[in-house]
Write a protein that binds this ligand. Sequence first.
Ligand code: PMP
Ligand code: GLU
Length: 396
Amino acid sequence: MLAKRLATLAPSATLAVQAKAKELKSRGIDVISFGAGEPDFDTPERVKEAAVQAMRRGQTKYTEVGGIVELRAAACAKFKRDNGLDYEPADVLISCGAKHTLYNIFVALLDPGDEVIVPSPYWVSYPEQVRLLDGVPVTVATREASGFDLDPERVAAAVTAKTKIVVLNSPNNPTGAVFSAAALEAVARLAVERRLWLVSDECYEALTFEGRHVSVASFGPDVKARTVVVNTCSKAYAMTGWRIGLAAGPRALIKAMTDVQSQVTSNPSSIAQWAAVEALSGPQDEVAKMAGEFDRRRRLIIEGLNALPGVRCVMPKGAFYAFADVSGLFGRRLARGAPLATSGDVTSFLLEEARVAVVPGADFGSDRHVRLSYATSAELIREGLARMAAAIKRLT
Ligand code: PMP
Ligand code: GLU
């Protein structure tokens, strides 16, 4: 008999779609995947070379639990360079991907029944991680008309005596929103007033196409003292497989998270850590190059989606996702099928009729939308859009 908490656990929908698309491809079925958010670029050569050199030097053993001091120092330099934030290596924890970083945070902070405010639409793993720890995710809607900007009034209205954490994710997965500085600052002030923790997931920072990325921790020492900044090597450096996530925050919390990690995974791979030192401290020009390419694809896919009858999509400002409203397709059907009624129906329809994989919005908190990751070539984006257009034409 499994633990009761497993009864409500939803496996990661993003990873499930990716697995399904891979499986179909391995059976020779030609699927275009807009599923998982994973850069299609290769890890930069200089980063791979750093890993090879680390192995050659014999750096293949356990390291400090929280990461080698060289990497924690490189993370501090990154936070200073990109965010204007001052941290020391003792304020930093390196974990096995930002997903692991987030779990460490929730383990260290949540007691059963504690509430965590999660602006919605949200990345699939926040509510599930909170629930795994017997916390209570409280979703707070953003408005599509504002480009899904954070809504400080709604966040304030959701705070109760049990609220412990507000999760902020900008640039946002799945909406691509870059939260306005004004909204972030209002929530930062609220956190100080109500003594809440801010978990600021800035994993898509390098992919900010419009507006400017602002780390909420930069609004002042009182805010920084209640904020954990989360980042990753996965997106900016196309290093999803290496599993390196970063946290910076108040030393006592970082220590608690490190203690948790010491009993669960120990250090992240020593080799990946040396690669990450190079990623964070070496020349950063590939990052801008990659971001430029994502920006071109962004315009291509949004224009194409808005040209599809029954589909509307706001222009995302960051990350590499399009969150398209497909509710205009609801009620339409294939000659032989039932009418489309949910984001899951539209997802199945697109997979079966267009051989295009997307993720249902329901898993991100909106059943009127589907998410498309455009971390794929312009050619595949064009082909995918053409297939969707042809399939939608067959609906009546
Ligand atoms: N946060 C967000 C918003 C994400 O989309 C992801 C998925 N890549 C992560 C965190 C975790 O990334 P990773 O574990 O690869 O560092
Ligand atoms: N974060 C990416 C996504 O949302 C990768 C998969 C995952 O970790 O959820 O697709």
